[in-house]
Write a protein that binds this ligand. Structure first.
Ligand code: DLL
Length: 436
């Protein structure tokens, strides 16, 4: 069985990896300076010219990029190639306002497929496997990303996409899926649904799961492994960098290997922007050194994690990152959709409601439930129950059309949401998805 998809690079020495990174970084900085106005302006403001970047050691001279930069240049302002060279567009899983729009050239798609093929190979998947992809297809990167990786590896690719659980179970059973890719919460739901449907998963050929796109705990891993009778692996990625395939677990399961010939990872102190040491927590930052259409430089992910350069017993030399341990901002991921409290707040204010609100996220069985509690104004508190219920329903519809998800809405008594002395506690996440 093939242990590595790209053995030369996956097991290269640190010196070799850094040499490749240096060469590619130098080329990439020139590319973005010449082709992306935002980078040219930022570098000019910082007094850095492309020729100042001679190796990896000069990386920290470059300014950071933020999600706000991508919003400000929506939709195509960060594209670094002419549109005629772009062959695919994806967008972030947030459904509201300005999404993050990313582009790929043919070479980018090929590189991305390689990333996903490496990740599949790292957990023992071969061309003899049937890869059941039930990440969503469409603008979300999960479906097509894993699909292309599976295709590149030569597996039988089953493009089931997300949803319709009964049908997923039929496909899994009748088509004989051996590998499953979906969000961990959906994998839990599939496991529960299989049990309810009386399916004995120990009799199915399914053996491996590749789960990511949202935080999940070791407890969830255990539950999934038991209910689906598989080995469950973690994969990490984000739309801005390429989608799935940025980092992945190997069979040793001691962190996720970052595809370092394509992406440079840094861990910074979110306050100072300075590097922290291996093993110390900080914000994860990526630089894309090979992408052509949408190559971000020092992109601040807002995910918190740690890295280690210690060699892994699997033989891979790529640096390993931990599971994300939290966020620098307050982004929530609910049923695979990225959501910011500020988006909820914007709807409330637009509809003339009180800005005193709280979002409570919980998991019932394996399904995320979200409830928005909003304080009534004094005069509203005197409304009849039926009027209050009507207002709650109306707000629910407003959330649905603005955010794409339909939370439970509860109008609560004035002054009943606890006040905080520091930052308001907008989110109560009872799922403890980061294991804390
Ligand atoms: O979730 C890409 C992806 C698809 C990754 C399929 C893995 C599998 P976005 O929708 O842009 O992209 O969301 C990215 O999700 O910044 C993390 O906060 C979170 N995230 C992704 N993978 C993991 C993971 C895709 N394995 C955001 N564990 C990231 C915890 C994850 N959080």
């Amino acid at each position: 069985m093939k242990k590595f998809y790209s053995p030369e690079i996956e097991t290269a020495s640190r010196g070799e990896i850094e040499k490749i990174q240096s060469e590619r970084l130098v080329r990439q900085v020139r590319h973005v300076y010449d082709n992306v106005e935002l980078y040219r302006n930022r570098m000019d403001e910082a007094g850095v010219k492309p020729e100042d970047i001679k190796s990896l050691d000069d990386l920290t001279k470059l300014p950071f990029t933020s999600k706000q930069d991508l919003r400000d240049t929506y939709p195509y302002g960060m594209f670094a190639v002419p549109m005629e060279d772009v062959t695919r567009i994806h967008a972030s899983s947030g459904t509201t306002g300005k999404q993050i729009v990313v582009g790929y050239t043919d070479n980018d798609l090929d590189m991305w497929a390689t990333c996903c093929a490496r990740q599949l190979t790292a957990v023992g998947v071969t061309k003899k496997d049937k890869v059941h992809v039930c990440y969503g297809y469409g603008l979300f990167t999960g479906g097509l990303g894993l699909h292309d990786g599976s295709h590149k590896l030569g597996c039988v690719t089953i493009p089931a996409s997300a949803g319709n659980t009964a049908r997923q179970l039929t496909i899994m059973t009748d088509f004989g899926s051996t590998v499953l890719g979906c969000t961990p919460s959906y994998a839990m739901y599939l496991g529960e649904s299989a049990a309810k449907a009386g399916i004995d998963t120990s009799k199915l050929p399914l053996r491996v799961g590749i789960f990511g796109a949202e935080p999940w705990t070791e407890e969830m891993r255990q539950k999934i492994e038991e209910s689906l009778n598989i080995k469950a692996y973690d994969i990490y990625g984000l739309t801005e960098i390429c989608g799935p395939g940025v980092a992945y677990e190997c069979t040793e399961q001691k962190g996720m290997h970052v595809n370092e010939d394509y992406f440079i990872i840094e861990i910074i102190d979110p306050e100072t922007g300075e590097h922290v040491k291996d093993g110390e927590k900080g914000e994860i930052v990526f630089t894309c050194i090979k992408k052509e259409a949408f190559p971000l430089i020092r992109f601040r992910t807002k995910d918190i994690g740690v890295i280690t350069h210690e060699k892994c017993s699997c033989g891979r030399t790529f640096v390993r990152m931990s599971k994300p341990m939290g966020r620098v901002d307050d982004m929530l991921i609910v049923r695979g959709v990225n959501l910011f409290p500020s988006q909820i707040e914007a709807v409330l204010l637009k509809e003339g409601h009180s800005p005193n609100y709280q979002i409570v996220v919980d998991r019932q069985g394996s399904l995320d439930q979200i409830e928005v509690r909003i304080e009534m104004e004094d005069e509203q508190f005197l409304d009849t129950t039926s009027k209050i219920t009507k207002t709650e329903k109306e707000l629910q519809e407003k959330f649905k059309s603005a955010l794409g998800i339909k939370p439970k809405v509860r109008l609560v008594a004035p002054n009943s949401i606890p006040r905080s002395e520091g930052k308001a506690v907008r989110v109560v996440d009872k799922r403890h998805v980061y294991g804390n």
